[in-house]
Design a binder for this molecule. Structure first.
Ligand SMILES: Cc1cc2nc3c(=O)[nH]c(=O)nc-3n(C[C@H](O)[C@H](O)[C@H](O)COP(=O)(O)OP(=O)(O)OC[C@H]3O[C@@H](n4cnc5c(N)ncnc54)[C@H](O)[C@@H]3O)c2cc1C
Length: 506
């Protein structure tokens, strides 16, 4: 019997599998598709934007350089010299509702606690590159990945969950559904999935245009929808506000796509050939809880929304980073009673905020008399430093804060990448997925308190190269600050209760 079965070898299932295996769990991933290289995952249609929060997550597990290489991205455009006095202004920003943002408008002073390091910015990649790197890591850690194995049945009792794929049953202690937006695990396990119905059908296609000069590059908001061209050869994106009524089981013909393109572009452009195409909608739904007994959900299985603003993959990677160490500690019998419940408590609000973020963009693009007024107002807002900085805060994945019951603004947020005078970084210390207690005091004041936790929390004493005003920090395995001390003298009860909250054995 495995500790955990994961349904779905998409990016979220693979990331989670790696986290669990890193923490010593036995894991099997059951993937419906036999082909590990689906054409939709490769460029151009597999193009995905990872935000700075995801770059940081890959960095903290030692995969950033490999992913940058697989994505053809220069590491210098993502990182910053750790010896620099301060963190650089973010470089890439994207768009809100097709209205592009200028990173030069961001106010770095409003972005507290950033320290220069290798993972400062997001970057463009492909699903193929992400799943390639994650598959390699999972395999190296001993995860077994079974392809051509669609999950068709799930039963659970108090001790076990049994997952059927093909003719085979896979008993395990836990099941995580990472099987995408139309999750079978979610349906079979009785989760409720609630939200809003779609307004549009979206399309991405690789095409050959007869007369490409008719369509300018970039996001084009029109009175009837939106289309997008990028420098990637033949890439076409479109949004058609048809009420999301297109039957997605239908084949995407050249004729259909041309009709839509002519409608949304208001041109007579001609498509010579469609090489590959896919459709989606802006249906925005979320599971009301991410756990039912021994079954959990992560990634698109837990939440779906339109791809506007490029958040779904980032959100799912965040789910996996949050869930991995908690589920592993539960499997090992190393977790406080309610640790697993904090997964829904922390990640559900983050997911709900992303759903709203994408809804707001749909509202600003929905053709009709009101959208131009809203777009005008958004453009005005984005000409201000505060407006652009706020959009960056919402979309970068670095500034959400879990409510851990403290007023201290860093607690509940991702930790800055402290660098010690011996050149060790926090990223180095998190590589093996342990919690870390950083003691910056001159006399190792916390070493005695840390001693009883040493099999679960690494105690590190050192001086940081930059002073952010902390004498000590307790960082969870997912890089979130659980406790921070501004004066070592006050450390004591609060540190012990935080250690107990996250690391005590039940
Ligand atoms: C056009 C487009 C552009 C996007 N751009 C971005 C972007 O720029 N940035 C971003 O962050 N996000 C983006 N997204 C969203 C992102 O692609 C998804 O959120 C992400 O792929 C979700 O990962 P996942 O692993 O949860 O699910 P998936 O990638 O859907 O993987 C699920 C896996 O489960 C398998 N599966 C399904 N059913 C079963 C079953 N019954 N049994 C076993 N296996 C099963 C599937 O075959 C698949 O391999 C975009 C989405 C689209 C459509």
């Amino acid at each position: 019997m495995h500790d955990v079965v994961i349904a779905g070898a998409g990016p979220v299932g693979l990331f989670l599998a790696g986290e669990l295996a890193l923490a010593g769990c036995s894991v099997v991933v059951l993937e419906r598709e036999a082909d590990p290289h689906p054409p939709l995952a490769a460029l151009p249609l597999g193009l995905r934007g990872l935000n700075a929060g995801s770059a940081e997550t890959f960095y903290r597990r030692g995969m950033l350089q490999q992913l940058l290489k697989a994505s053809g991205v220069d590491a210098a455009t993502v990182g910053a010299d750790p010896d620099a006095d301060q963190a650089p202004r973010p470089r890439s920003l994207g768009h809100f509702a097709g209205i592009t943002l200028d990173a030069a408008d961001i106010d770095p002073a409003a972005l507290a606690y950033r320290l220069p390091g290798p993972a400062m910015d997001g970057f463009m990649t492909s699903l193929e590159a992400v799943t390639g790197v994650l598959t390699e890591r999972a395999a190296a850690l001993g995860v077994s990945i079974v392809r051509g194995a669609p999950v068709t049945a799930v039963t659970q009792d108090e001790q076990t969950v049994t997952v059927t794929a093909g003719a085979q049953d896979h008993p395990a202690r836990w099941l995580v559904g990472c099987d995408g937006g139309r999750s079978t695990v979610r349906t079979l396990s009785g989760f409720s999935f609630v939200g809003t119905e779609p307004l549009f059908t979206g399309y991405v296609a690789k095409v050959t245009f007869a007369d490409p000069h008719q369509l300018p590059m970039g996001f084009q908001l029109t009175p009837t929808g939106m289309y997008l061209r990028t420098p990637l050869e033949g890439y076409l994106g479109m949004m058609d506000f048809d009420g999301g009524t297109f039957d997605r089981t239908q084949q995407l013909t050249c004729e259909h796509l041309q009709t839509i393109l002519r409608r949304v572009s208001g041109t007579e452009v001609t498509l010579k050939e469609v090489h590959l195409a896919s459709s989606f909608t802006d249906r925005a739904m979320q599971a009301t809880t991410y756990r039912h007994g021994r079954v959990l959900l992560a990634g698109d299985a837990a939440h779906i929304h339109s791809p506007l603003g490029g958040q779904g993959l980032n959100l799912g990677i965040g789910d996996a980073m949050n869930l991995g160490w908690k589920l592993a500690a539960t499997v090992r019998g190393d977790a406080p009673d309610d640790l697993l419940d904090t997964y829904t408590a922390e990640r559900h609000p983050v997911g709900a905020a992303v759903l709203d973020w994408s809804r707001a963009q749909v509202a600003a693009m929905n053709p009709g008399p009101n959208a131009p007024a809203l777009q005008h107002w958004v453009r005005d807002l984005l000409r201000t430093s505060d407006g652009t900085t706020q959009v960056y805060r919402r979309s970068s994945g670095l500034f959400h804060r879990y409510d851990l019951g403290s007023e201290q603004p860093l607690i509940g947020r991702t930790a800055p990448d402290f660098r010690l005078t011996d050149k060790t970084t926090l990223g180095d210390l998190l590589l093996d997925g342990h919690g870390v207690l950083l003691d910056f005091s001159s006399q190792q004041r916390l070493s005695e308190q840390a001693a009883p936790w040493k099999d679960r929390v690494r105690y590190i004493h050192g001086r940081p190269t930059k002073d952010l005003g902390f004498e000590a920090l307790l960082v969870r395995p997912d890089g979130i600050v659980a406790w921070a001390d501004t004066s070592a003298a006050a450390a004591g009860k609060e540190l012990q209760s935080s250690l107990a909250r996250w690391f005590a054995r039940s």
